[in-house]
Design a protein around this ligand. Sequence first.
Ligand code: GLU
Length: 474
Amino acid sequence: MVRVRFAPSPTGHLHIGGARTALFNYLFARHNNGKFILRIEDTDRTRSTDEYIEAIIEGMKWLGLEWDEGPFRQTDRFDVYKDYVDKLLKQGKAYYCYCTPEELEQRRQEALGQGKSPKYDGRCRNIVQEFEGSKVRNAAVRFRMPQEGQTIVDDLIRGKVIFENDLLDDLIILRSDGTPTYNFTVVVDDVDMDITHVIRGDDHLNNTPKQMHIYKALGHETPLFAHLPMILGADKTRLSKRHGATSVMAYKEMGYLPDALVNYLVRLGWSCGDQEVFTREELIKYFSFENVGKAAAVFNPEKLLWLNSQYIIKSNPEELGELVMLFLENAGIIQKGQDIDRKWLSRAIETLQERAKTLVELANSLRYYIAEDVQYDAKAKAKFLNEKSKDLLAELKENLISLTDFSTAELEKVFKSIIEKYNVKLGALAQPVRVAMTGGTESPGIFEVLEIVGKEKTIKRLEKAIATIATVQP
Ligand code: GLU
């Protein structure tokens, strides 16, 4: 039975890298009918906050990465870690260390000065541990690492990675203030939670040999490891805020669809032939580590935008309608709490799906369908609202007043009769009308636009355009 976990430290929002790790864990669990566990690694109490825990959970929910167990919090499990520390102390696999931070720092500097490894010099390694409990000094607890030989991490993605044991530090597993440390709590939890595969960023690869020795000391087999390649920005440096938004929820605010982001994230490392667009079911079906590359992945915002446009095209307009409401509110196109006829909204959205790459763009394009009035783009106005179009617009307005069936088919007939009468091309009429209706020169088909805007508003907008021409060029 596959059991995997996502183990974020709540010291920030869910970011692109964390979300990719969560996703690979999720997909691996679902592919194997296993369990996906969420574990909050909040032992660093100075940097962890409840707000960040909430934010991480919100991000995972938005991406649809449901977990099966948890969220567990490491700060709820201090007793468990303490028990394991005691066990290791009793067995001599860990020892008390009485060195103070100042002493450690001084000796570290000395070692560096002599060109030696700055690792812990082992001063307390062999002292008789008779001071236990007697608080001469506050003691930390260190794990006794092997000093010879090699440790081989047989990684599912990287293959065999060899570490020399004499470089491994006797790391502190319990600080002198009684709080356990990362490398220890991770192993205890992975043991207690029966984790079979540890899937995480390769920034943790150096921790893995140390953790493998802790597994062994606890009498436990190591799980399998899969260290995911790093994510870089376009300039090939580690992805950071300099490269644009890195927080998952920022993408929500910018009008990305969660499935598009998931689809994008999975391709940061994983591939499946030339296919780019995957349903969730396909991802679950095809996911495996065989197709995860070793090379670092490069974050490409344009590709993410392209994928988002693909997801907008294939979304159902009713669902987009639900999602776009908030964006309409934020853009001030509707009032807070105001509702719109959803059937009408769906039709309007259908005409825009091919054009809007984000929900923000979709909301902005819906502006001319929804608003009472439109603002003219200056260039469009100068080019199309002038003497040449004045009579055409006036003629159209007169014709539309008497039109009872305001449908695309009927509107098309009206347009045809006018361009025949004036002997002009369709564009000579359609472009000025487009400016009158939308303020600009690009929109979906003009008959659809008129039909959706409706008779009353259409006539008002034509009247305004005609009046504008009269004042600009008397
Ligand atoms: N808490 C660690 C982090 O956020 C992850 C530890 C792990 O996955 O083993 O980087």
